[in-house]
Design a protein. Structure first.
Length: 393
């Protein structure tokens, strides 16, 4: 005997819980099926335990997708202000860190508790430790065969997230289900992820592990100005995580080491002011000392400033403004914050998140081919897409 509901949500993460509470508030009988031992594990670990739950500057331009228009409708109908409204109603204290990024003052646990409390108030049933063994679709809708029995409903919401951090419960279940019901799944890869270096590129920087500096990282037409952190295996820090979503092996990746400054004008000025000082001494005042020295050992000739002629200064300025970072790959899903690619939005309605191939089937959150920048955008997508589906199921 199947237990019947109006809506079955597979995945009790950010998007699944938002969809469930929204549908529950509309009087739908909703059940969330989560295979991990608790819901919202990624929310708990996010933002260093304080959950960067939204970004007040969210626009569609902050997302990567084969169809950049897809995210517009849902983002417009559920905004950062809407989510902040719920956070405030639950008296959760928050602060803006930088660039519109909002974090909890105390703990991410409060965000999970808020979502679960809203679900409970709306009569949503949540089953944890409940893995799905089989999915059946027939005339009467969907049947989920799970460890805890068989559940049936006319609407099935796939909210299983991406592939990053498999130890937190990530699976490819959503992609497999999508393919089975005739959806295309665009190739997936790790995003918001540290980059690795190898061979001489790694050897040149390895011992500088721990050094951080502001840079502007550029790949193709995209650039991000923020910090870079040198690590034992490569490079990380917000500027690198951001650009990693736009970079693929073989792509040209350049760093402006004096972001916001005209490197040539700066060098000329230094030459005028301190003709006797060596380049490495001058650079050590603008960059971390060990990094400046390494630049002058490997990439730049080191001599007193007065000995550089104009073309040589131009060459040095070019290295500083367009320093080539030859990455060999990424740290992969083990440490990635998000998964790029996923269920092709072509087969999904942008206003309801419902499949255009199989009515009653919905996809929300990261399982879709919509990936945000670092800074609270991915949660905002989870809330907005979950809300859109919650209003439609
Ligand atoms: P999410 O991953 O939240 O949920 C999917 C759920 O489905 C999980 O609970 C999983 O266990 C469950 N599931 C998977 N397969 C299943 C199956 N077969 N059966 C049943 N259940 C299944 N974003 C942001 O905006 N601000 C931030 O601060 C951070 N910080 C951050 C830190 C770290 C370390 C990571 C890894 C990620 C972030 N992110 C982030 C990204 C953010 O966590 C992510 O984009 C959202 O959680 C996506 O929400 P979803 O609900 O789509 O997936």
């Amino acid at each position: 005997m199947a237990h019947t509901h109006d809506v079955l949500v597979v995945g009790g993460g950010a998007a699944g819980l938002m969809c469930a509470l929204t549908a529950g508030q509309r009087g739908r009988r909703v059940m969330v099926v989560e295979h991990a031992n608790k819901v919202g594990k990624k929310i708990l670990m996010s933002g260093g335990g304080r959950c960067n739950f939204t970004n007040t500057g969210t626009t569609p331009a902050n997302f990567l997708s084969a169809n950049p228009h897809f995210c517009k409708s849902a983002l417009a109908r559920y905004t950062p202000a809407d989510f902040i409204g719920m956070v405030d109603r639950h008296r959760i204290a928050w602060h803006e860190k930088e660039l519109g990024q909002l974090f909890c003052d105390v703990s991410s646990k409060l965000i999970v508790k808020m979502l679960v409390d809203e679900c409970t108030a709306a009569g949503v049933r949540i089953e944890t430790d409940c893995s799905v063994e089989r999915v059946h679709h027939g005339d009467d809708g969907f049947r989920l065969h799970t460890r805890h029995g068989v559940f049936a409903a006319p609407s099935l919401v796939v909210a299983t997230g991406g592939l990053s951090i498999p130890s937190m419960g990530a699976t490819g279940f959503g992609y497999e289900l999508a393919r089975r019901f005739g959806h295309d799944v665009l190739p997936t890869r790790a995003g918001l992820v540290p980059l690795t270096l190898s061979g001489k590129h790694q050897e040149r920087l390895q011992d500088l592990s721990g050094v951080a500096l502001p840079v502007e990282a550029r790949c193709g037409r995209q650039s991000f100005r923020n910090f870079m952190l040198l690590t034992h295996r490569g490079v990380s820090g917000p500027a690198i995580l951001q650009i990693s979503s736009y970079w693929q092996p073989g792509d040209d990746l350049r760093l402006d080491l004096l972001p916001g400054q005209d490197a040539l004008a700066w060098l000329k000025d230094q030459q005028k002011q301190r003709p006797e000082a060596e380049l490495k001494t001058v650079l050590s005042e603008a960059l971390p000392r060990r990094f400046a020295q390494r630049l002058c050992e490997v990439w730049l000739p080191n001599r007193p400033m007065k000995q550089y002629n104009e073309p040589q200064l131009r060459e040095a300025a070019d290295v500083l403004a367009r320093w080539p970072l030859v990455a060999s790959g990424t740290e992969g899903y083990r440490t990635a914050e998000v998964t790029l690619g996923g269920v092709d939005t072509d087969g999904v309605s942008s206003s309801t998140m419902m499949s255009t191939k199989l009515p009653g089937l919905f996809f929300v959150g990261e399982v879709l081919d919509v990936t945000g920048w670092l800074g609270g955008y991915n949660f905002q997508w989870a809330w907005a897409s979950g809300h859109a589906a919650g209003l439609a199921v």
